[in-house]
Write a protein that binds this ligand. Structure first.
Ligand SMILES: Nc1nc2c(c(=O)[nH]1)N[C@@H](CN(C=O)c1ccc(C(=O)N[C@@H](CCC(=O)O)C(=O)O)cc1)CN2
Length: 288
């Protein structure tokens, strides 16, 4: 068997075109503030690509760049100012941050109705409770990709490898909302391969290159690789693509799978956020 390739670039184009259409039809121009701290080369690439895509879709680019030595208070003040600025309809703090900064505390300063990354406590809580809100871009993109390829979720055995706030946890919540039976695996899972073999849909966001080998995949399963690693041989995911594609029914490539979907869903969320009234999702907890 050779797996069908789930092309993220293709589906991302459709999502971006839809978002651009919504923006063109709206009377409010979205303004996205991307906040980039330090000199991480991968983060610089992702933010550059996000900004380019946004501008092409009619979103105002309100980028803010800070040195790696910026203090927590300086960054907090900048996020507060963006939160108060009516021209800024979306705020994104690119992760990871340098280790001296408290990323969770800074993310929590973003007003929920401008939280286009879906990472604030309000957004996460609303997802957990099944209430409307902005959802994290990568898990949202995975769902969009599965839907675009007609992969059924209701009643399916879904296994998520990884429990991060950025991907694993919200992915599990979104799959539950779509009536999948969800198992979340992590670094302490005893027999990871056995757990993964139960999956009709296997979503891997573990951050370990080549972690998932062919013996961990049920024949015919759909395998979604969220990992992205820069190796001497080029970009690689968390899945051993060459081996797993001979067992799986469908698989995402790296690059060209989930990555482009993450950016596309940011545009979709930015279009949505621009339509929200101030305070749509409740009060922000302001830290002193
Ligand atoms: N604030 C956030 N920080 C981070 C997020 C996020 O969603 N919000 N996700 C990741 C990185 N990420 C987005 O920021 C991201 C990763 C990969 C891609 C992508 O398009 N990858 C391409 C390859 C591009 C390349 O590296 O040359 C692909 O897979 O085809 C986009 C966005 C961590 N931080």
């Amino acid at each position: 068997m050779t797996a069908k390739i789930l092309d993220g670039r293709l589906v991302a184009e459709q999502v971006v075109a839809r978002a651009a259409g919504e923006i063109a039809a709206s009377d409010r121009v979205p303004g996205l503030a991307t906040v980039l701290v330090g000199d991480d080369p991968a983060s610089a690439i992702y933010v550059r690509n996000k900004r380019r895509r946004c501008v092409a879709a009619g979103i105002r680019d309100l980028h803010r760049k800070f040195g790696a030595d910026v203090t927590q208070d300086e960054l907090a003040a900048a996020i507060h100012a963006l939160g108060d600025d009516p021209g800024v309809t979306g705020i994104l703090l690119q992760l990871p941050l340098p280790p001296h900064l408290d990323a969770a505390a800074l993310v929590s300063l973003i007003p929920p109705e401008k939280d286009v990354d879906g990472l604030t406590e309000t957004s996460a809580g609303r997802l957990a409770l099944g209430r409307p809100g902005l959802r994290p871009c990568t898990p949202l993109g995975v769902l969009e990709l599965l839907d675009a390829h007609g992969i059924a979720l209701s009643g399916a055995e879904a296994v998520v490898v990884g429990r991060s706030n950025l991907v694993g946890k919200p992915m599990a919540q979104l799959l539950l909302r779509r009536d999948a039976t969800v198992t979340v695996c992590h670094s302490r899972t005893r027999d990871l391969a056995a757990a993964c073999r139960r999956a009709d849909i296997l979503i891997v966001a573990a951050g370990l290159p080549g972690l998932i080998t062919a013996d961990a995949v049920k024949p015919g399963a759909t395998v979604i690789d969220v990992g992205i690693h820069r190796t001497p041989d080029g970009l690689r995911g968390d899945v051993d693509f060459t081996a797993v594609r001979t067992v799986a029914g469908a698989i995402t490539p790296v690059p060209g799978g989930v990555g482009p979907m993450t950016i596309a869903m940011l545009l979709a969320n930015t279009a949505t956020a621009a339509r929200l009234p101030a305070n749509a999702y409740g009060a922000t907890f302001l830290s002193s």
